[in-house]
Design a protein around this ligand. Structure first.
Ligand SMILES: Cc1cc2nc3c(=O)[nH]c(=O)nc-3n(C[C@H](O)[C@H](O)[C@H](O)COP(=O)(O)OP(=O)(O)OC[C@H]3O[C@@H](n4cnc5c(N)ncnc54)[C@H](O)[C@@H]3O)c2cc1C
Length: 295
């Protein structure tokens, strides 16, 4: 295992913002992951598991960032009525989306348009246009924080709106999906959804996707628009002119600016509507983040 020091994190995120990680390692197999978990425990380092970095903004982090992207094993087998797909945590979501389109598999192609890994998509239970990753899951294989590997059926895992038991329960190593055949309209619906996405989301500037979860019965983007946050800018960071819930990096943005703009948005929505917005994006700095596993 190669352990790196003082690694720039911005290139590992879709919003291209980041300080440095005091420790950083790319994980290729479960044995290396186990060694790294034990190393972190010995050194009292918090751990952050990184997938595609499309839902993450970093500052300077005092801990060990584990890059799961090299875990790219993909196995596809024919099953009754569809395909069974076993995907390593680092497999790009878009690879499965392309496969689903090619093979006219139902529903999964709706999850197109974001640069996630399968590990991150399972962890966030990513969703779009009426489907979410958990709808297609059969099993998840993960390593717990003691280094033990578990393979667990979907029905035993508690998924919710942009919520899963991970990384709390451990690191997702791979997942098994079943995608049903028979969507003859797949390509046409996909093109339609792509047009919708392209006209409602920022395409030209680096972004971390939705900043806040939708509160029950409301849309975060609409609330933000109503309190004047659309296009609101602090330094190099702004809420997009195209989609008020998407933060964009206009150039030279920092986590400090992200934290300030997030606080301002929360304050305005709280004061105007009495609603407490909850971050969907992971904000990671020092030894703090809701994505950290503190060992
Ligand atoms: C342009 C754009 C559009 C987007 N549109 C959508 C959308 O329509 N719907 C949607 O749901 N999201 C959307 N997102 C957000 C984002 O793509 C998803 O949340 C995605 O699931 C994050 O995956 P990732 O691999 O990039 O995760 P990361 O950002 O790397 O990590 C996210 C969280 O998952 C944890 N994690 C990552 N991998 C693992 C693992 N193997 N084991 C345990 N924990 C892990 C991290 O610690 C972190 O807490 C969008 C983002 C962008 C940039």
């Amino acid at each position: 295992m190669e352990l790196l020091r003082n690694v720039d994190l911005a290139p590992f995120t879709s919003i291209r913002i980041g300080g440095k990680a005091s420790f950083f390692a790319s994980v290729r197999d479960p044995e290396a992951l186990r060694d790294l978990i034990f190393f972190a425990r010995e050194k009292d380092l918090p751990l952050f598991v990184l997938g595609g970095g499309s839902n993450t903004v970093f500052g300077d982090v005092e801990g060990l960032v584990l890059n799961l992207r090299p875990m790219k094993r993909l196995k596809v087998v024919e099953a009754k009525g569809g395909l069974r797909i076993e995907a390593g945590a680092g497999v790009p979501l878009r690879e499965i989306v392309s496969l689903a389109l090619r093979e006219k598999l139902k529903g999964f192609y709706r999850l197109s348009g974001f640069p996630a890994t399968m590990g991150g998509a399972v962890t966030m239970n990513a969703g779009a246009f009426g489907v979410e990753v958990a709808d297609f899951l059969e099993t998840v294989t993960f390593m717990d924080w003691e280094g033990k590997i578990h393979r667990v059926g979907r029905e035993e895992l508690d998924f919710g709106y942009r919520r899963s038991p991970f990384p709390g329960s451990g690191v997702v190593l791979s997942c098994e999906l079943f995608l049903e055949r028979g969507d003859t309209e797949a390509q046409a619906v996909f093109e339609d959804l792509r047009r919708k996405r392209n006209s409602t989301q920022p395409l030209r500037l680096p972004t971390s996707g939705s900043t806040f979860k939708n509160p029950p019965g409301a849309y975060a983007g609409k609330l933000l628009e109503e309190v004047g946050m659309k296009g609101y800018r602090i330094g190099g960071v702004a809420f997009s002119e195209v989609h008020a819930n998407f933060l964009v990096n206009c150039g030279g943005g920092s986590l400090g600016e992200v934290l300030r703009i997030v606080e301002e948005a929360k304050r305005r929505v709280r004061e105007e509507f009495g609603i407490e917005l909850e971050e969907e994006v992971r904000l990671v700095e020092g030894r703090c983040s809701d994505g950290w596993k503190v060992l």
